[in-house]
Design a protein around this ligand. Structure first.
Ligand code: GYE
Length: 334
């Protein structure tokens, strides 16, 4: 019995060692990015993706879209959540360079400060795809393409709707603005597009504008301050649904009726936002699609194969009124 046991233990140890060796070999060949242009031994393209964070419903839908699409496209995805911090994104990108992934994609939390790390990727021969948010690098050769929305247009469409709604106003229309993350492309651009559109009517005035960091908590807190400081607020323009949803709580707590006492315009059109719109609490949403996954995987394959791709690829989007939200809601995917 004893002998039998010790034999089987030895047998197990041998098996274990062989197993470890096999795993080691596999790991070795997986990370071999030699002569074949970086493809893994099993032919899979490895994509390193650095996500902004998990700040909003939009972001969650975007992350899901990317993960699902990678699986469907047979691409091995390495995913990192930067918790809204640029330093974390730079760290993740450097890790991907070190791991010699085939393609790097990321959604830059802010527009500035990427040149050094992008240059490192370029020097390592790893193509970079920007998704969702843009960078302000002057050297366009640092990345292959940008896939995302026209944020200026989203701001402009929001402003144009308001201009139309208030065309018969005889006095000032006081607007407060909840900006997205400071320095981010969607915050900069939505602000710009909205301001340009409302300039058409001098009665429309932005009386307060501050960042709510694209989160519900931020939207609620800043809206509370706006309400305390400004007795007459007619319109809220929030750079995303989540901040608008947070602001709803502050507005209700201040004894005002959202959608009636205060007209609310947001951007994104995620499910919770669309529900608020259909339910009469929001008044207008400019859509911003988070479903970038399938196009991103397609681009990753193309840039990996050395194909030339357009330098900017824009997603198609629409806008929603309360009636349109009621119609669209049942088929909404996110
Ligand atoms: O509108 C917001 C998110 O970059 C387009 O980021 C994206 C924005 C989106 O947090 O909800």
């Amino acid at each position: 019995m004893n002998t039998g046991n010790s034999i089987s233990r030895r047998g197990f140890a041998t098996m274990l060692a062989a197993g470890l060796l096999a795993t080691g070999l596999t790991a070795c060949s997986n990370s071999d990015t030699g002569g074949d242009g970086g493809k893994k031994a099993d032919g899979k393209i490895v994509l390193g993706f650095s996500q902004v964070g998990a700040e909003s419903g939009w972001r969650t839908a975007n992350t899901n879209s990317i993960k699902e699409a990678a699986g469907a496209a047979g691409i091995e995805l390495k995913f990192d959540d930067a918790q809204q911090k640029q330093e974390n994104q730079i760290k993740a990108i450097r890790n991907y360079i070190q791991q010699k992934v085939d393609v790097i994609a990321f959604s830059p939390v802010v527009e500035s400060g990427w040149d050094t790390v992008l240059k490192e990727a370029k020097d390592a021969g790893i193509p970079v795809i920007l998704t969702d948010r843009a960078v302000d690098s002057a050297d366009k050769s640092l990345y292959k393409t940008f896939l995302g929305s026209d944020f200026v247009k989203e701001g402009r469409l929001s402003g144009e709707w308001l201009v139309e709604q208030t065309k018969s106003a005889t006095g000032p229309v006081n607007i407060v603005e909840l900006q997205g993350t400071t320095g981010s492309a969607p915050a900069n651009d939505r602000k710009k597009g909205f301001a340009e559109a409302i300039a058409a009517n001098p009665n429309l005035k932005i009386i307060a504008s501050q960042s709510g960091d694209f989160t519900r908590a931020g939207g609620k807190q800043v809206m509370e301050q706006f309400l305390k400081a400004n007795p007459k607020i007619d319109v809220l323009f929030a750079h995303n649904d989540d901040m608008g949803l947070g602001a709803l709580e502050a507005i209700t707590a201040a004894g005002k009726v959202p959608g009636k006492d205060i007209t609310i315009i947001t951007v994104d059109a995620v499910k919770d936002g669309m529900q608020a719109l259909a339910g009469g609490k929001f008044n207008f949403i400019a859509e911003c699609s988070p479903l970038l996954g399938p196009q991103l995987m397609d681009l990753a394959k193309k840039v990996h194969a050395g194909e030339t791709v357009p330098t900017r690829i824009e997603t198609e989007e629409t806008t929603f009124t309360q009636e349109q939200a009621k119609e669209a809601l049942p088929n909404r995917k996110y």
